[in-house]
Design a protein around this ligand. Structure first.
Ligand code: ZN
Length: 274
């Protein structure tokens, strides 16, 4: 039988609100206080003074603070040429320090806009969410499909937050094997290049590892699919298994592993996977 190409058949975007799901589970909690130098009008001196403008990425609040040159914050090799005088801290804060936002009181990392250049001008944080679904194929059993999305939070110099969702890895369980689809590749430097689409690979290779977040699913999803007898639900819930792809691959090769789960030998299964 000819290999089915799943690139356009599997979900092209998440089925659920994965951004909300990730946030509900404590992702993207980290905040930034983004600062820059700005001249502000000072009525006492009848003129402008050089000040520091700070914006909180968590609440959007902007405030002005007294500018402190790097020598006053740190000695040599300071991460930025200046910081600001923080009323809550004994010393001035500078790029990389943590302090509290005076408005929302959230702990935040201070970032000078000059150091945002290396990320294409934005602060990037990534997390990963896995969804399970079934894919009907005419004349064949429905395929169980795992799709892993990379959720990327981008914060620009104005502190505006934006979320992006990228296809990361996808796995289609067939009768005899598991088909791998990738949404990224690693460049020579180890940097990840995202495609923005699924690309099917000839070889199975478990690059999935351990799931970060899995959208809850009901075991009835497995009924009548290629993974009907896999007991994936048992593996995930009772044994708190996160290596979903490793488990499915093991089960495809050694179908009796599901018996071990049923008999309560889940620890043995986990050891095998490791
Ligand atoms: Zn805030």
């Amino acid at each position: 039988m000819e290999q089915i190409n799943y690139e356009k058949l599997i979900p092209q975007e998440p089925i659920t609100d994965v951004v909300a799901f990730a946030r509900q589970h404590g992702e993207f909690e980290n905040a930034y206080l983004i600062y820059r130098s700005e001249r502000v009008y000072d009525p006492l001196n009848i003129g402008t003074v050089c000040s520091v403008k700070v914006t909180c990425s968590a609440c959007g609040h902007t405030f002005y603070a007294e500018k402190v040159p790097a020598g006053g914050c740190r000695h040599s090799c300071a991460p930025a040429s200046f910081g600001w005088k923080d009323e809550q801290m004994p010393n001035a804060v500078i790029d990389g320090d943590k302090t509290l936002c005076p408005n929302c009181c959230k702990e935040a990392k201070t970032v000078h806009i000059g150091s945002m250049r290396s990320y294409g001008g934005e602060l990037i944080d990534d997390t990963w969410v896995t969804e399970l679904s079934r894919l009907p194929i005419e004349g064949l059993a429905d395929r169980l499909v795992l799709t892993e999305w990379c959720i990327r939070r981008c914060i620009n110099k104005q502190g505006t937050v934006r979320y992006e969702i990228w296809p990361f890895t996808a796995w289609v369980v067939e009768e005899k094997k598991i088909v791998r689809l990738m949404g990224y590749m690693k460049n020579i430097g180890g940097r990840i290049c995202l495609f923005g689409e699924w690309r099917q690979r000839k070889q199975f290779e478990d690059v999935y590892g351990s799931a970060k977040l899995i959208v809850p699913w009901d075991k009835s999803l497995l009924e009548g699919t290629t993974a009907e007898n896999s007991k994936l639900d048992l593996y995930q819930t009772e044994k708190r298994g996160r290596e979903l792809v490793s488990y499915l691959a093991l089960w495809r090769r050694r179908p009796h592993v599901e018996n071990l789960l049923v008999q309560g030998c889940g620890n043995l299964v986990r050891t095998w996977i490791k």
